[in-house]
Design a protein around this ligand. Structure first.
Ligand SMILES: [Zn+2]
Length: 175
């Protein structure tokens, strides 16, 4: 069991975020399992490194304001409050090592067989978890608006995703 870092550099920040809840068929056992993810409204910023990178641990850069919503995935760092809220929605959202990517990040484990549900699948496969191909499928994804400051380090970023507006907005859940 990996211990998630308590502090880290961040490359995305926002005044709030959308906790996303969906279901998907496990790639390993094929059974239906809940998954959670993180979406951002247009009110977010991403860190852009200045080019060329000087070789310093943290290159100089700027925060760039977004103009559309986004998904983040391959999330390596989340503040404690965000972790707690997502784990309250799905206790199988864990910071864990994934063989497929040879790294640790926040990922969803199958409720039946415990297999890691790779973010490449959930966010990159049309028709899978967070990549609906119809308004009906999009409406089955629940987006819960959380009005708490958000920060993260994410290796994956999907800007202005299709069918975002078709996903239903739910009320904030318990902390
Ligand atoms: Zn499974």
């Amino acid at each position: 069991m990996q211990e998630p870092p308590l502090t880290a550099a961040i490359n995305v920040r926002a005044p709030g975020y959308l906790a996303a809840v969906a279901r998907c068929a496990c790639w390993h056992c094929g059974r239906d399992t809940p998954v959670v993810g993180i979406a951002l409204t247009p009110a977010h910023e991403t860190w852009i490194d200045d080019a060329p990178v000087s070789g310093a641990a943290r290159a100089a850069g700027v925060w760039q304001a977004a103009a559309a919503g986004a998904w983040i995935f391959y999330v390596e760092y989340l503040p404690l409050g965000v972790r707690r809220r997502l784990q309250a929605l799905s206790p199988l959202y864990r910071y864990a090592y994934n063989r497929a990517t040879d790294g640790a990040y926040w990922l969803n484990l199958c409720a039946h067989c415990g297999s890691a549900q790779d973010d490449d699948h959930l966010h990159g496969e049309p028709g899978a978890g967070f990549m609906p191909t119809s308004t009906q499928a999009a409406a089955r994804i629940e987006l819960i608006a959380v009005n708490e400051r958000f920060a993260a380090w994410a290796g994956g970023y999907s800007y202005d995703p299709p069918l975002f507006e078709a996903m239903r907005a739910a009320r904030p859940g318990p902390p």
